[in-house]
Each structure stands twice: as structure tokens, then as C-alpha cells.
Design a protein around this ligand. Structure first.
Ligand code: AGP
Length: 617
């Protein structure tokens, strides 16, 4: 995700900013930029690419320096990665400058209003709209920067962490936060201040830190106590000045031991960010340009072919149940590596959906190129904006999971399912296979999912205990039915790829067609037995296993008493509708694999033999 860093004080700002950006590189980004105020002018340099590319560019473009400056690493959400869309962004007058993390959902309506007032825009970003809104308010209301920012932020919908600077008043800057973190490092006697997305850029300068809370802003001025206010009503807030205890590595992982655990815990926010601005529950709307602009193609489609690899392939299997159950559109799910070589029959009104977190998986990319040659319409579901698969597809939609650093996919899986659920619902409503009432119930339930995932993450210690019981297993089976069959596959993959224990996922009913021969007291079996969809049949599968002395770890719906009386261990997940159970049942399986891998002292974030993105065959 994006990174912000800034400095105002008595030191040379340039090296502090560049080093700060390097500290934030772990967050993942596609472009970088900075602005320095040299006492007279604002000097900006920005580029698509890495901080090292920015350093080369600065050598040519900026010859002066100063004691104030801000830097940004961008993870594109609106506007593809390129120099113009990189941050910082000037206002029309070039007196104001902004850097921004987050998404302004209603930027399009604000942009139209500003264009009508004569504003012009250089970039495709929501950020440039925000800085011109602030400029317009500052002008028309004749207020100081802090007030203009406060008024502007009361007009925007979305998430942001921003730093705004006015070169006509160069002894201060304004920061504000809603849904995206900002840390303020406070130098001795308020002689200098540091701004950053987390404390890693300034930890060696100061350990005094204020983390703005959501809905708060601050005007930061040299030689003055930091003033924190509520954006909503401008009321003063008494900030908590913390003494940081974390070291650099702990800060990058957000205090978690591994990126994978951090990303498991980021899932509530990642799911919100994925449906934010798309799912308007009160209006009963799902807005998704890639689908809206091609709705007729989707409605005419006789078949949807989903192409993916690994975890994304498992998300594709969940999507098969979603699309066929909700939108009644036939779906087949293909491994990219198989599809690209088996000379498949692709009809002109087929739709191919490519699912890929990285957007760079070679087999998936080759598969959609072949599909396009055969006349298919290709829709991409990617997490990395501007990635190869996203660019190769005719249209698409991005999961807004933020960068996934751990090799084992976690938030990619749940955000892919979130996005695919919205698409299935949108098509089901459009083709009349979902009633408005049911559609509304789905939307209301989806809105509750992040909180349910949040509450589910509290079972961590229980899962850790169960993991300690089974960390020495040599094999494991994972069973699920219906929507949870793909979750069984995904749970097995998680265990395999980070703990190196062999595991297999199966449809629960398949046990009797062979695998039941494996069952004995040495075989742990994870069974997903939530109370929706063939529950009784799964219970009888559990009894079959019990009769053969298998050790059973059951994932059940909160309050289940039946399975509790049979299984060796029970992990409860909140109640939800059947179609959304994968968003919950996958969480304990992610944690289970994580804790076993840690206990086995595996390299959790970079497991052996694996790469985060398989860009070769
Ligand atoms: C899953 O945890 C793995 N990281 C791997 O299976 C991954 O899902 C697969 O390589 C596909 O990657 P993609 O989503 O970036 O295309």
C-alpha cells in the first residue's frame, strides 16, 4: 500500500525523506515522488518505478534543498502507475501540494464541480481532485490551510491519510487521517516534526510519537505544541504522545512476527476496501465499471470460464458456486497451466475471468492471451494495478487488498471472493435470477462480514493450541462440501506451502471413494461443518471418520452442539449465509497453518522453493 513520509525542522529534509521512503518500500508500491521547499520554491520530482529511480531523477531535477519536504510511495488504486499519477500533486495554482494514501470514493462528482469552476487536471487521480477542492475552499471561504482542509474533508467520502503544504505559509503543514494510518514523530522541544505511515522512517530520530486516530487532523508548526483536532467539528483533541518501544523490523510488520500474520489480520480492512465505493447498501447498488460497461456481454454469456492458479484457482472454485447458485450462469474453472495447452473449445460469447493477485502469473497470462485469440472476452480480477494480466484483459476490477508480502496468499483469497460475490450478485439481479429482497439481504450480510472476520480473529489462541497438538503430523486431510469444498483445498494448500506437511483437500463425500482407507489414529482430518448446505451429510462423514479413529478438527457454526459431541476439537465461526461461509471458514485454517509453520520454525513469509509470483512456466 502507499507510504507517506515528511519532515519539517532544522535538518536537511532531502536525505530524511529519501531514507524514509526506503524504509516504507516493504509496503509495496509502483511509483515514488517527493517535494522539497527550498525557502523560495517547491521542488518536485516523481516517477513510476522505485525509490532508486527517483533518486536518479532528483539528481537531474532538484539542485537545491531545504528543511521541509514530503515523500510518497504510491500503490495505484485510481489511475495506472505512471509519472503523472505519482504523488505529490500540486493544486492548480501550484501553491498547495498534497500526498495521499487511500481512496476518495466521490472524487468524480467533486471533479465535475471543479471543472465547471474552471479547474483543469493533469492526472487521473482522486488525490489531485482533493488538493483542488482544498484550494477552492481556501479561496472562496478565505480561510487558512487547516480550516480549508477540515472543510474539504467534510465533503469527501472514502479513506485517506494526507499531508498538505502551502508554500505561501511555509512554517507549517496539515495532516489528516481516516482509514489510513499516520504517525507523527515529535522532535525535542518541538524543533522538528516527522510524518510517516508508520514510525519506521523516523524511529532513529525520535521515539516520541502521536498516532492520529480516524477522523483526526493536525496543524504542525515548528516551535509549537502539536494541535490535534476532530475533522468533523474542528474541536481540539488532547493527543496521546507515545514512547515507541518497537524496533524497525517490528514496525514494518505492524508489530506482528510475520507479514503473513499481519495480512491475516488485515482481512477485515481489505474486505471493506474491496467493497468500498462499489457496494452501496442503502441504495441497493453495486457499482463496478468493468461489469457495467460490458453488462450485455455478461448477460449474453452462455458460459463463464475462470482461469487461475493456486489460491486464486481456489477462489475461482468458490466463484463457480457463487455464479451458478446466484446468477445461474454456467461456470467452469481451469488451471491456467492446463487451459493454455489443451486447445479448449472457446465460443465467441464465452467470458473468461482471470483471477490473479500479482497479475503476473505466467500460466494465467498465457491462458488469457490464447482465449483472446479464440475470440473470448476477458475480464481480469487482480490486486496489482497495471499488472500484465490487468492490462491484457479487455476489462476488469481490482481487489483493494493492498500489497500481499507473505508468499502464502491470505487477504488475496478473501478479497477475491468478496469481489466475485459482488459480480455474481450484480449479474443475478440484472438477469432476474436474484430477487430484489434476496439481493438486499446479501448486501446487508456482506456489510457485516468484516466485523465477523474481526471477531473470528480472536480465536487465535485456541487455534494455536490445536496447532501445537498436530504440528508433528506427517499428513492431513481437509474436507468440505459445497461452497466449503474449495476452502478445504485452500486450507490444505496453506498447510503444505508453509509447514511442508503433506495435506490434501477433498469434497467430504469423496472419502468413501478411496481416501477413507487412509484414516487411522495417526491421520488428523480438518472438516468444515458449518450449519448451511448439507450439514447432516457432513455430520455423517464425521461419524464415519470417528468410527475409524481419525482425529477430527471441525470448523462449525457458533452454537453447534452436534459436532461438538463427536469431534476432537471444534473451532466456531460466526453464522452467515451459505454463499459467504468461505470468507469466514478460511480464517481459522490460515491461522492453523501459520502456527504450525512457526512451531516447526519454517520461513513463514518466504517458504522454501516458492516465489510470490510465478512469472515463469
Ligand atoms: C498461494 O498461497 C500461493 N502464493 C500461490 O498458489 C498463488 O496463489 C499462485 O501462484 C497464483 O498467484 P496469483 O494469484 O498472483 O496469480
Amino acid at each position: 500500500m502507499c507510504g507517506i513520509t515528511g519532515y519539517i525542522g532544522y535538518r536537511d529534509a532531502h536525505p530524511i525523506i529519501i531514507n524514509g521512503l526506503k524504509r516504507l518500500e516493504y509496503r509495496g508500491y509502483d511509483s515514488a515522488g517527493l517535494i522539497l521547499y527550498d525557502g523560495k520554491e517547491l521542488k518536485m520530482s516523481k516517477t513510476k518505478g522505485k525509490v532508486s529511480d527517483l533518486e536518479k531523477r532528483i539528481k537531474k531535477e532538484i539542485t537545491t534543498t531545504g528543511n521541509i519536504g514530503f515523500g510518497h510511495t504510491r500503490w495505484a488504486t485510481h489511475g495506472v502507475p505512471n509519472d503523472v499519477n505519482s504523488h505529490p500533486h500540486f493544486s492548480e495554482s501550484e501553491n498547495l501540494v498534497i500526498i495521499h494514501n487511500g481512496i476518495i470514493e466521490n472524487y468524480d462528482t467533486i471533479k465535475i464541480e471543479l471543472i465547471n469552476r474552471g479547474y483543469t487536471f493533469k492526472s487521473d487521480t482522486d488525490t489531485e481532485v482533493l488538493i483542488n477542492l482544498i484550494e477552492e475552499i481556501k479561496k472562496t471561504e478565505n480561510v487558512k490551510l487547516g480550516k480549508a482542509v477540515q472543510l474539504a474533508l467534510n465533503q469527501v467520502i472514502g479513506a485517506y491519510a494526507i499531508v498538505v503544504f502551502d508554500k505561501t505559509k511555509p512554517d507549517e503543514f496539515v495532516v489528516a487521517r481516516l482509514g489510513s494510518p499516520i504517525a507523527i514523530g515529535i522532535g525535542e522541544d518541538n524543533k522538528e516534526f516527522f510524518i510517516a505511515s508508520d514510525a519506521s522512517p523516523f524511529i532513529e530520530y525520535t521515539k516520541n510519537c502521536v498516532y492520529l486516530e480516524d477522523g483526526e487532523m493536525a496543524v504542525i508548526k515548528i516551535d509549537r505544541e502539536i494541535k490535534v483536532r476532530k475533522i468533523q467539528d474542528d474541536s481540539l483533541v488532547d493527543p496521546d504522545i507515545l514512547q515507541l518501544k518497537l524496533n524497525l523490523e517490528q514496525i514494518e510488520k505492524g508489530g506482528y512476527d510475520h507479514f503473513m500474520l499481519k495480512e491475516i489480520h488485515e482481512q477485515p480492512k481489505a474486505i471493506i476496501d474491496t467493497f468500498r465505493g462499489r457496494m452501496l447498501v442503502n441504495e441497493g447498488l453495486i457499482r463496478m465499471a468493468g461489469v457495467d460497461d460490458n453488462m450485455q456481454k455478461f448477460l449474453n454469456a452462455k458460459r463463464i470460464i475462470i482461469v487461475a492458479c493456486g489460491t486464486s484457482w481456489h477462489a475461482g472454485l468458490v466463484a463457480e458456486y457463487l455464479f451458478e447458485d446466484i446468477a445461474r450462469i454456467p461456470v467452469e474453472v481451469e488451471y491456467g497451466s492446463e487451459f493454455r495447452y489443451r486447445n479448449p473449445i472457446i465460443n465467441k460469447d464465452d467470458i473468461v475471468i482471470a483471477i490473479s493477485q500479482s497479475g503476473e502469473t505466467a500460466d494465467t497470462l498465457a491462458a488469457i492471451k490464447m482465449a483472446k485469440e479464440k475470440g473470448a472476452f476477458v475480464f481480469g480480477v487482480c490486486n496489482v494495478v497495471g499488472s500484465s494480466i490487468a492490462r491484457e484483459a479487455h476489462a476488469g476490477a481490482y481487489t483493494h487488498a493492498g500489497p500481499e508480502i507473505g508468499v502464502a496468499s491470505t487477504k488475496a483469497f478473501t478479497t477475491q471472493i468478496t469481489l466475485l460475490s459482488l459480480i455474481a450478485l450484480k449479474l443475478g439481479l440484472a438477469n432476474g435470477n436474484v430477487s430484489k429482497t434476496d439481493y438486499h439481504s446479501y448486501l446487508q450480510e456482506m456489510e457485516l462480514i468484516p466485523k465477523k472476520v474481526e471477531s473470528l480473529l480472536e480465536i487465535n489462541d485456541k487455534v494455536k493450541y490445536i496447532a501445537s497438538e498436530y504440528k508433528d503430523a506427517k499428513n492431513m486431510l481437509y474436507l468440505g462440501r459445497g461452497f466449503n469444498f474449495p476452502v478445504a483445498l485452500e486450507g490444505a494448500l496453506k498447510l503444505k506451502e508453509i509447514s511442508y506437511i503433506h495435506a490434501e483437500g477433498y469434497p467430504a463425500a469423496e472419502m468413501k471413494h478411496g481416501p477413507i482407507a487412509l484414516i487411522d489414529e495417526n491421520m488428523p482430518i480438518v472438516v468444515i461443518a458449518t450449519n448451511k448446505g448439507h450439514y447432516e451429510k457432513v455430520v455423517s462423514n464425521i461419524q464415519e471418520i470417528k468410527a475409524r479413529k481419525g482425529k477430527i478438527i471441525a470448523i462449525v457454526t457458533e452454537g453447534d452442539t452436534t459436532v461438538k459431541g463427536i469431534a476432537d476439537h471444534v473451532i466456531e465461526v460466526p453464522e452467515t449465509i451459505e454463499a459467504f461461509t468461505p470468507l469466514l471458514t478460511t480464517i481459522p485454517l490460515q491461522l492453523f497453518s501459520y502456527h504450525i509453520a512457526v512451531m516447526l520454525e519454517r520461513n513463514v513469509d518466504q517458504p522454501r522453493n516458492l516465489a510470490k509470483s510465478v512469472t515463469v512456466e
